[in-house]
Design a binder for this molecule. Structure first.
Ligand SMILES: Nc1ncnc2c1ncn2[C@@H]1O[C@H](COP(=O)(O)OP(=O)(O)O)[C@@H](O)[C@H]1O
Ligand SMILES: [Mg+2]
Length: 115
């Protein structure tokens, strides 16, 4: 598994947990979109799960930050993703969310490799 695959797996696992963790009136969905924007490859991973409030959203990339029960979450998935994308691949990772509507993680990676 490559580093980028590891990142995508971590984000998709969170999305899967988010959409399966709550009772939902709508059809649970994970949408992955890729596009090229200038010199960057852009990947969106969006779910229509419960979303997160701003105090959580701001902390998701912190090591050991988790809202999951002990044994379910380690709080490391997104901090590892952040390190891989920013430090090792010179890209960026951010998240938008609306409580009750879902979350969207956006990765941007330089197409020229490791710059
Ligand atoms: N798709 C998502 N929807 C809602 N909350 C999320 C989502 N992805 C991440 N989070 C929040 O970010 C926290 C940190 O995620 P992560 O670093 O992967 O750790 P873990 O999954 O082990 O808790 C999660 O505990 C959760 O609160
Ligand atoms: Mg996780």
């Amino acid at each position: 598994v490559t580093e980028i695959e590891q990142v995508l797996l971590n984000i998709m696992k969170n999305a899967a947990q988010a959409i399966s963790g709550t009772e939902m009136s709508r059809q649970p969905q994970i949408t992955v979109r890729t596009r090229v924007s200038g010199e960057m490859a852009v990947i969106d991973i969006e779910d229509n799960g419960p979303g997160m409030d701003e105090s959580i959203r701001l902390r998701v990339f912190e090591p050991f930050f988790s809202t999951k029960e002990v044994g379910v979450g380690t709080g490391l998935g997104l901090s590892v993703a952040y390190a891989i994308i920013t430090n090792r691949h010179h890209g960026s990772i951010e998240v938008q969310s609306r409580l009750g509507e879902g979350s969207c993680f956006t990765l941007r990676l330089p197409l020229q490799g490791r710059g």
